[in-house]
Design a protein around this ligand. Structure first.
Ligand code: SAM
Ligand code: SF4
Ligand code: SF4
Length: 341
């Protein structure tokens, strides 16, 4: 079954698959996995519940038949998954996978970047919320060491990764002072920062809309320091709005999930560590693929399940956020570390 035009209810094709390879993390960023909720007592998935590399690769092959060509490995912290390079190798040699990327906090990247590159990883995105040790500590739930992250980024560049992206979540009153230093750092090292508006993902970050710093304010701040101008999108469905520095020294992106929703062109599906398929970052439920997989379903049967999930998709949480929150909110959203960012 090879057909690249499977559309959901809003006529959106499926193009990207984000795979959470582990639900655990060594950081406790308060906006994602606050330590008050995720202490030692929290019961993360058992290893036997994780999809194996073989299972992930089999599913990816099926997803490519439905139009997916971009794969992003994420988590939790994906570098905590043992032997991740083996999975990368397997996915790299899967027909139809044109772009294989990783999102990581980079704390464990040092010593691994070259191995990942040699295994076939194309791109790396590193989450970096501050270059100030104290603020970085707060943003990582006092678990991260900035020096390790910077060393990891340096090593990725040395290993030959180009256009490394730096994802930066800004929470007003916490790390807005970090905006310009991160822009400087990125320009100096030829990386691309992308500022992500602080979102109401999951159920435990105690989201306060007053802590969202709208992208337009960040654009204005950066424009005062360096002149920037809007740049055209690289491809259909690109989430980040790109701006280029007028002096020619790179670009900066803005992911405005709160103030400028982009659900209309959302082509992303998400697979959780335990094999559930989610069609939105804010979904309540995922479709279980692991059970049929382990019970011996054929490729045709699995394709049928995936295709029907996509065909009935009408997710557009960003557009509906206001109405949903006015009605008391969606209190059963999946946590971001289960399905990845
Ligand atoms: N642990 C890896 C990392 O931090 O890069 C990968 C998983 S993490 C869930 C993926 C991305 O989600 C990170 O860039 C993180 O900043 C972003 N994220 C998590 N919670 C968020 C929130 N409440 N609002 C905006 N972005 C968030
Ligand atoms: Fe971990 Fe990434 Fe979530 Fe931070 S954002 S707690 S690094 S999964
Ligand atoms: Fe896609 Fe859901 Fe995010 Fe909208 S809210 S962009 S549908 S993941």
């Amino acid at each position: 079954m090879t057909n690249h035009s499977y559309l959901d209810q809003l006529k959106r094709p499926m193009r990207d698959l984000r795979i959470s390879v582990i639900d655990r993390c060594n950081f406790r960023c308060p906006y994602c996995m606050p330590s008050s909720q995720y202490s030692r007592k929290y019961h993360f998935l058992d290893k036997r519940d994780w999809l194996t590399f073989g299972e992930i690769t089999r599913l990816v092959k099926l997803f490519t038949q439905l139009g997916v060509y971009k794969i992003r490995l994420t988590g939790g912290e994906p570098l905590l998954r043992p032997n991740l390079d083996q999975l990368i190798q397997m996915l790299h040699s899967t027909d139809g996978v044109n772009d294989l990327a990783l999102t990581t906090n980079a704390s464990l990247l040092y010593g691994q970047a070259e191995i990942l590159k040699n295994a076939g990883l194309n791109r790396i995105t590193v989450s970096l919320d501050s270059l100030d040790n104290k603020t970085f500590g707060i943003m990582s739930g006092e678990k991260g060491i900035l020096k390790d992250v910077k060393e990891g980024i340096r090593e990725a560049a040395r290993a030959g990764f180009r256009s490394i992206k730096l994802n930066c979540v800004i929470q007003k009153g916490v790390n807005e002072d970090s905006i310009l230093p991160i822009v400087d750092y990125a320009r100096q090292h030829h990386h691309i920062v992308r500022f992500i508006e602080y979102m109401d993902v999951g159920t435990c970050n105690n989201w306060d809309p007053n802590q969202v710093m709208p992208s337009k304010d960040i654009v204005a701040l950066i424009n005062e320091a360096y002149r920037i101008e809007p740049a055209e999108a690289n491809y259909y469905g690109e989430v980040a709005k790109r701006y280029r520095f007028k002096d020619g020294k790179g670009e900066v992106g803005f992911i405005s999930s709160v103030t400028q929703p982009f659900c209309g062109s959302c082509t992303r599906a998400r697979l959780s560590t335990d094999g559930k398929l989610y069609t939105c970052l804010f979904a309540k439920y995922g479709a279980d693929l692991r059970t049929p997989l382990r019970e011996g379903a054929t490729d045709t049967e699995l394709l049928h399940i995936i295709q029907s999930v996509w065909a009935t998709r009408h997710a557009q949480y960003f557009e509906d956020r206001h109405a949903i929150r006015n009605k008391g909110g969606n209190t059963e959203k999946v946590e971001m570390f289960h399905i990845g960012g």
